[in-house]
Design a protein around this ligand. Structure first.
Ligand code: NAI
Length: 455
């Protein structure tokens, strides 16, 4: 499942050949390597338009405790490279307000370091002041950001924080989202605007934000689910891994590694949620986080689709999470969940853009997005959130079975020109489960390297 092409074009003959032929030259992305991993790899520049200056000053000050070298002017020593540029645009009221800050940003891009970051902070076009100029300006940030992200190279990413009117720039959720997007934890998140609608709460610590939380991850025996279990444990949670009895041995191995407990269970069982809850309470004293990760593929063109293939997929990928959530919500209303419950479900870019041969999967994954949005207000009543993560091409056993040529095309079709790793999906999920992400609710966070599919 390794990407030999990246090794090939990283030096020597391969690099020369790629240069000559204009072939993609992806780089190995910088990833979080535990406590002590620097947030970024160089100074962080904060730029803004005139009307956003106060917010920009506040953001710059708030980043200092993160140990960053924060600058407000573009002067940089000869041999230095920017780690990140944060562009604060919260006050813009006309598209012409974009010119000064984005051109200032543009002047820094040639010196943006490897796996560097550009993060915009702006206000939403929808639900803001009704003046067309304001809406045009705010929506303009979206188009600007998505285009810029496609221009960045060497593993650098561009993402946006869209702060609902009334949510301050230094609230825990605004800063928590900024810190995640700056960090190596968001390596494969690219070209994404993320809406923040509430203040959230302080993380107990950057390294262990999930301390004291009990999480359940379905489909934890392998692939992305196994990595989610590991990362939630790394971040301080106690994890219950769920998988079918046939995967019992690998589930046990994963959960031993994550110092959690294994529960052999088919999630299509009508009482799956009750059994998960009973296990979590009996073994770990409660339940705070549910990650709906288990999923199957039953690909066929619709003309060849059989009832079994359609129905099995719908049963596992969307009907089971729906049934389980009904129970979890009832339990939450009866005080059976922690005070800030989190639901995160795995969608897919196939559920956003569609994919040939995947009508059943596309219906189910789009269903996950619908379910998440519908549950968000209910979870908010319980003090929690419901969000979805939509991975693009991720290097797993599942994708290693795609025929080589199709696979090679699919994994390069994004701005980072490579497939993501299971850990990239797991990092996004861990972030959405953190107290600081409490203001992110009902959102779909894509972990797709800005896949060309569905943009
Ligand atoms: P995988 O096939 O490697 O792992 C899925 C796990 O779910 C397996 O351990 C399986 O035993 C378990 N599972 C299946 N049916 C179950 C059931 N009825 N009850 C309990 N457990 C069950 O899949 P992978 O690649 O790790 O994907 C994980 C999730 O991410 C899935 O929801 C998938 O649709 C989604 N996804 C994956 C992408 C990729 O590129 N690999 C891209 C987009 C989304």
């Amino acid at each position: 499942m390794s990407d030999k092409y990246i090794d090939f074009v990283s030096g020597g003959f391969g690099k020369t050949l790629a240069d000559r032929l204009g072939l993609p030259k992806p780089v190995t992305l910088r990833r979080h390597a535990g406590p002590g991993t620097p947030l970024v790899t160089g100074p962080v520049l904060v730029v803004s338009d005139e009307s956003s200056r106060t917010d920009a000053d506040a953001v710059a000050r708030a980043m200092l405790p993160w140990g960053l070298d924060v600058r407000r002017d573009t002067h940089l020593a000869e041999d230095a490279r920017w780690g990140a540029v944060v562009v604060v645009l919260t006050g813009i009221t006309h598209p012409r307000d974009l010119a000064a800050p984005v051109l200032e940003l543009g002047s820094t891009l040639r010196r943006l370091g490897r796996s560097g970051r550009v993060v915009t902070i702006s206000r939403p076009a929808v639900g803001g002041p009704p003046a067309p100029e304001v809406t045009a300006a705010r929506n303009g940030v979206d188009g600007f950001l998505r285009s810029l992200a496609k221009e960045l190279r060497s593993g650098a990413t561009g993402n946006g924080i869209v702060l609902a009117d009334g949510v301050g720039v230094v609230t825990p959720s605004a800063l928590g989202t900024l810190r995640f997007l700056l960090s190596a934890r968001s390596a494969f998140v690219d070209g994404q605007p993320l809406l923040v609608t509430g203040p959230g709460a302080e993380d107990p610590s950057w390294d262990h934000p999930l301390q004291g939380r009990v999480a359940v991850v379905t489909g934890a025996a392998r692939g992305i689910g196994a990595e989610i279990a590991r990362v939630l444990h790394r971040d301080g949670a106690t994890v219950v891994g769920v998988d079918v009895p046939a995967a019992g041995d690998s589930l046990a191995a994963v959960m031993n590694g994550a110092r959690g407990t294994a529960l052999q269970l088919d999630i299509t069982a009508p009482d799956a949620a009750e059994r998960i809850h009973a296990h979590a309470v009996a073994r770990h004293g409660g339940l705070d986080i549910v990650v709906h990760n288990a999923g199957i593929l039953r690909d066929k063109l619709l003309a060849n689709m059989t009832p079994d293939r359609w129905n099995d997929l719908i049963a596992v990928n969307i009907a089971a999470p729906l049934t389980m959530n009904r129970t979890f919500v009832e339990l939450g209303r009866a005080g059976g969940l922690g005070p800030a419950p989190r639901l995160v479900a795995l969608a897919s870019t196939s559920g956003i853009a569609g994919n040939r041969g995947q009508t059943n999967y596309g219906a189910a994954k789009a269903g996950i997005i619908g379910m998440t949005r519908a549950l968000a207000p209910t979870l908010a009543e319980l003090g929690g959130t419901a969000n979805a993560v939509a991975p693009g091409f991720i290097e797993t056993e599942m994708t290693s079975r795609i025929p080589p040529v199709t696979r090679e095309v699919a994994r390069r079709l994004n701005s980072l020109q490579q497939g993501g790793l299971p850990v990239d999906v797991a990092e996004a999920i861990a972030f959405l489960c953190s107290p600081a992400a409490g203001g992110v609710n009902g959102q779909v966070l894509r972990v797709c390297g800005q896949s060309m599919v569905g943009q």
